[in-house]
Design a protein around this ligand. Structure first.
Ligand SMILES: [Zn+2]
Ligand SMILES: [Zn+2]
Ligand SMILES: [Zn+2]
Ligand SMILES: [Zn+2]
Ligand SMILES: [Zn+2]
Ligand SMILES: [Zn+2]
Ligand SMILES: [Zn+2]
Ligand SMILES: [Zn+2]
Length: 246
């Protein structure tokens, strides 16, 4: 019996969704009363509206109704569809009204951030001063900048705190997208765009990280090796300093 109940819950898993998430429901946006596959789909669509006064962002916590993608029934936010009995998301957060079938991402809700993040709860810690979750490799190993993540990326101006892209923490404690950082290095700019401090001499940080994380000690020669793809010394370090994406 139990087997068939689980089968029902799993029905259609990974078969529905948008380019942002695999999920078996759509959300009714409380702001404009329209139905969208997800919050980001809503924001992308509304940011392109011709009248600037119509442009707006969906507040995730305000979502009240969802539409099951399997049976098309609109209903209050919950994990299981009241009509057809499927999980509308294998991962479900009641606070964020968030659904995702792709549990490989390692979702977790951080109470301090107030949002869901990905990458595995055990791989991140919440830095109270920076007011964001950072990779455990950064614990006691980064310069705290108050509300460091509550800013826009200095390169592309996207808000970093709940950006879906990977974010990197520079030596100075300032943050930007990993891909924007790489782009900046490719253009031979080695200074933080916010405070102009150098971002490239990371040898001290390397050492400290190596001492603290036994599990991922890098061999001596590897430490100073250049990345083959872009001939820089920073790519390998990026592995360590990535923060959560969500
Ligand atoms: Zn809206
Ligand atoms: Zn979407
Ligand atoms: Zn349903
Ligand atoms: Zn959440
Ligand atoms: Zn957090
Ligand atoms: Zn911090
Ligand atoms: Zn950026
Ligand atoms: Zn800086």
């Amino acid at each position: 019996m139990e087997g068939s109940a689980n089968e029902r819950l799993d029905f259609g898993k990974m078969g529905y969704g948008c380019k942002h998430y695999r999920r078996r429901c759509k959300v009714r946006a409380p702001c404009c009363n329209e139905i969208y596959p997800c919050r980001h789909c809503h924001n992308e669509a509304t940011s392109m509206l011709s009248n600037p006064f119509d442009r707006h962002e969906l507040v995730r916590y305000d979502v009240k109704q969802v539409v099951c993608s399997v049976c098309d029934t609109e209903q209050p936010v919950a994990q299981v569809c009241t009509n057809c009995g499927v999980n509308m998301g294998e991962y479900f957060c009641e606070v964020c009204k968030f659904y995702d079938d792709d549990t490989e991402k390692g979702h977790f809700h951080c109470n301090d951030c107030g949002i869901c993040r990905v990458g595995g709860r055990d791989k991140f810690f919440h830095c109270k001063k920076c007011a964001s979750c950072y990779a455990v490799g950064l614990r006691d190993n980064h310069l705290c900048v108050e509300n460091s993540m509550r800013h826009h990326c200095p390169i592309c101006y996207e808000y970093l705190f709940d950006s879906l892209k990977d974010t990197t923490v520079m030596k100075c404690g300032h943050t930007m997208h990993c891909e924007c950082y790489e782009e900046m290095i490719k253009r031979d700019k080695y200074c933080c765009p916010i405070c102009s401090k150098s971002v490239i001499d990371m040898s001290g940080t390397w050492k400290r990280i190596d001492e603290e994380i036994e599990a991922i000690v890098m061999p001596e020669d590897y430490r100073y090796r250049k990345c083959l793809a872009c001939n820089c010394t920073t790519c390998i370090l990026e592995e360590y300093i990535k923060t959560a994406k969500w």
